[in-house]
Design a protein around this ligand. Structure first.
Ligand code: DAH
Length: 357
C-alpha cells in the first residue's frame, strides 16, 4: 500500500498535462485501476483483515483522489497563466492613424452628387449592371438597327447556342434605371440613379468601366426650363462657385426630344484642368425632355405626363473638381494615387456641412 501511495503521488507530482493526469487517474482509480482491483480483493479476506485493509485502502483512495483534483486545478491555472502571458494587449499604445484608407474620388463625388440632388427632392433609384437589351435599348427608343447601339460599343454577355433568353449586356448607361423606376413607381416621379456603366473605350478621358448618374423628373408641367435650373443649381453647388459657365448645345438622343448636351467652361493649361475659366469646354452630361415613346414603354401616359432626364459622367466631374488629369489612373489601384486623391472616411459630404472637406 505504501508502494502504491508513493508511486501514484509521485506520478501526480511529475505530470505536466491534463491528458497524462487522466491516464494516471484511470490507472489508479478507474474500473480496472490498481486500487480498485485491490478493493475487489477485500471480499476474499477474513472480516478482521477486511476491516483494517478496507479502511487503509479507502484512506489511500481518498488521498490519491485529492492529489489528482488538486493537480487538475493547478494545471488549468498554469494553462490560463500561459495564455494570459501570450495573449496580451498594450492599452497604452497610441491609436492607429486615422487616414489608413481613403474614400476613392468616385465614391466621394457620388456621395456629393447624391447629397445635392437629395436636397432638391430626388430619391435614389437602382438597377442591375447586367441589363437586358429591352431596358438598355428598346424601352429607351433605341431600335435594333439604330446607330446608337453601335455608338455605345456594347459588351454583350456570352450566350450558349440555343439559349433563347433575351440578350443581356453590361449596361451602357444608367438610363435603363429610368424605365425600371417609372415601371415601379409610376408618375409623378423624381429620382437619380448613380452607378457603374460599361463601354468598349479607352483613352485619357475614357475607361471601359465608368460611372454615371441618371436624373429623371416627371410631372404634369415639368419643362426644359426646370431642367436648366436644376442643372445650373447642381453645378454651382457641386463646384462650390457661383461663376460656373454652362453651354447647352442642341443634340440628339433617341430617348429625349428635344435633347441638349451640356458643356462646362474649363482650361487644360499645363496639363492641369481648371473649371470656370479658359477657352475649352468639357462635355459633362446629356439631357432633354423624355421622349413620349419612352414614357409609353414605362407605362406612363404621355398625353398626361411629361418631364426631363439627364445623364452625367461622374468620373468627369471628379476630374474637373479635383483637378485629376487622367481618367485611367482612377481604376489602376495605385496606392500612391489613392493616398493623394482620396478623402477621409469620416467626413460625409452634406450640402449644409460642406461637400468636399
Ligand atoms: N444615356 C446617355 C449616355 O450615356 C446620357 C443621357 C443623355 C442620359 C440624355 C439622359 C438623357 O437621361 O436625357 O450617353
Amino acid at each position: 500500500m505504501q508502494e502504491l501511495r508513493d508511486k501514484y503521488l509521485k506520478a501526480v507530482a511529475d505530470v505536466s498535462d491534463e491528458a497524462a493526469l487522466e491516464e494516471i487517474r484511470l490507472a489508479a482509480l478507474g474500473k480496472k485501476g490498481e486500487i480498485s482491483l485491490k478493493m475487489r480483493e477485500l471480499g476474499k479476506m477474513t472480516p478482521e483483515e477486511r476491516q483494517t485493509t478496507g479502511k487503509a485502502l479507502n484512506v489511500l483512495k481518498d488521498e490519491i483522489d485529492a492529489a489528482l483534483r488538486a493537480k487538475k486545478v493547478a494545471l488549468a491555472d498554469a494553462a490560463l497563466d500561459a495564455r494570459l502571458k501570450e495573449e496580451w494587449l498594450d492599452v497604452t499604445l497610441p491609436g492607429r492613424p486615422r487616414r489608413q484608407g481613403t474614400i476613392h474620388p468616385v465614391s466621394q463625388v457620388m456621395d456629393e452628387v447624391t447629397a445635392i440632388f437629395a436636397d432638391m427632392g430626388f430619391a435614389v433609384a437602382e438597377g442591375p449592371q447586367i441589363e437586358d437589351d429591352w431596358h438598355n435599348f428598346d424601352a429607351l427608343n433605341i431600335a435594333p438597327e439604330h446607330p446608337a447601339r453601335q455608338e455605345h460599343d456594347t459588351f454583350f454577355m456570352h450566350r450558349d447556342e440555343g439559349d433563347d433568353r433575351p440578350p443581356h449586356v453590361l449596361r451602357t448607361h444608367t438610363s435603363p434605371v429610368q424605365i425600371r423606376a417609372m415601371l415601379e413607381q409610376g408618375a409623378p416621379i423624381r429620382v437619380i440613379a448613380p452607378g457603374r456603366v460599361y463601354r468598349m473605350d479607352m483613352d485619357q478621358t475614357h475607361t471601359p468601366m465608368f460611372h454615371q448618374v441618371e436624373g429623371l423628373a416627371i410631372g404634369k408641367d415639368i419643362s426644359m426650363a426646370n431642367l436648366k435650373w436644376v442643372l445650373e443649381e447642381f453645378c454651382k453647388s457641386f463646384f462650390e462657385v457661383d461663376g460656373v459657365e454652362l453651354r447647352f448645345r442642341a443634340s440628339h438622343f433617341p430617348f429625349t426630344e428635344p435633347s441638349a448636351e451640356v458643356d462646362i467652361r474649363c482650361s487644360w493649361e499645363g496639363g492641369s484642368l481648371k473649371i470656370g475659366e479658359g477657352d475649352d469646354w468639357m462635355e459633362i452630361l446629356g439631357s432633354g425632355m423624355v421622349h413620349p415613346k419612352v414614357l409609353q414603354s414605362a407605362g406612363i401616359d404621355p398625353s398626361e405626363w411629361q418631364g426631363f432626364a439627364f445623364g452625367i459622367g461622374i468620373d468627369r466631374l471628379a476630374m474637373l473638381k479635383y483637378g485629376i488629369p487622367d481618367l485611367r489612373a482612377f481604376f489602376e489601384s495605385d496606392l500612391r494615387w489613392l493616398k493623394h486623391y482620396g478623402f477621409s472616411a469620416l467626413d460625409l459630404p452634406t450640402v449644409a456641412g460642406g461637400l468636399s472637406r
